[in-house]
Design a protein around this ligand. Structure first.
Ligand code: ADE
Length: 223
């Protein structure tokens, strides 16, 4: 899989994409993540990529040309499954979407910024608009990092124990059951008996019950 992220602030992404599971997945060549500075595609001598909005509102708007040049350069090299734009008015990101996107070959993520981007980009180049939640970030970089993380960890081999991605919260619209580690008794805080029993079927049943109870209590909207 390959993810190309286009941004005016590559620095924000470099750190979040180059640690832990995302770093290892890239080292294992399960995914290639390339971050592109939109300014590299500006034809302006000051590398400007934004301008004042028609209509006189406040704020700056990303221009069509650098974005079009960046997306076209990438599309010339390979076909993309989706050209994603991060925006608070996009479709809400969730685990089902992460699952679907993790099966794609190539993705472009264009990070929104400033007041927005020229709407013609959204009409002509973008195939999917995604919001990571009902709040407004200063830019789309953190949203792109969140999506890349959620997508990449689902690629088989990205996390050591493949089972653990399947037992994540939300994977079956259920929250994950509690987990514990040694010691089994810490200051009188004890681990549920059943987990120490070695009885696999009983443990599975207990975990399912816990998942159902936690989902009903904490996220009744998922039930
Ligand atoms: N850009 C600004 N806010 C955002 C959000 N909530 N989701 C995705 N991109 C954004």
């Amino acid at each position: 899989m390959r993810i190309d992220i286009i941004t005016v602030l590559p620095e924000i992404l470099e750190s979040s994409l180059n640690y832990s599971i995302l770093k290892r997945a890239q080292e294992k060549e399960l995914v290639e993540i390339q971050v592109h500075n939109l300014r590299d595609y500006s034809l302006d001598k000051h590398r400007r990529v934004d301008d004042y909005p028609f209509g006189g509102q406040a704020g700056m708007v990303l221009q069509c040309e650098p974005v079009d040049r960046a997306v076209s350069a990438l599309k010339q090299a390979r076909a993309y499954d989706e050209v994603i734009y991060t925006s608070p008015d996009g479709e809400r990101f969730n685990q089902a979407m992460a699952n679907r996107l993790s099966l794609c070959g190539n993705l472009i993520i264009l990070c929104g910024h400033y007041k927005g981007i020229d709407y013609r980009i959204r009409e002509h180049l973008i195939t999917l608009e995604i919001s990571i939640g009902d709040y407004v970030l200063t830019g789309g970089e953190l949203a792109a990092a969140v999506m890349a993380d959620a997508i990449v960890r689902l690629i088989p081999g990205a996390i050591g124990d493949e089972q653990s991605a399947l037992s994540d919260s939300f994977q079956d619209n259920l929250l994950a059951p509690p987990v514990y580690t040694r010691p089994s008794n810490y200051k009188g805080w004890v681990v549920p008996e059943v987990l120490l029993s070695g009885h696999e079927a009983k443990i599975k049943e207990w975990e399912l019950q816990q998942s159902i109870e936690r989902t009903q209590r904490l996220r009744p909207d998922l039930v």
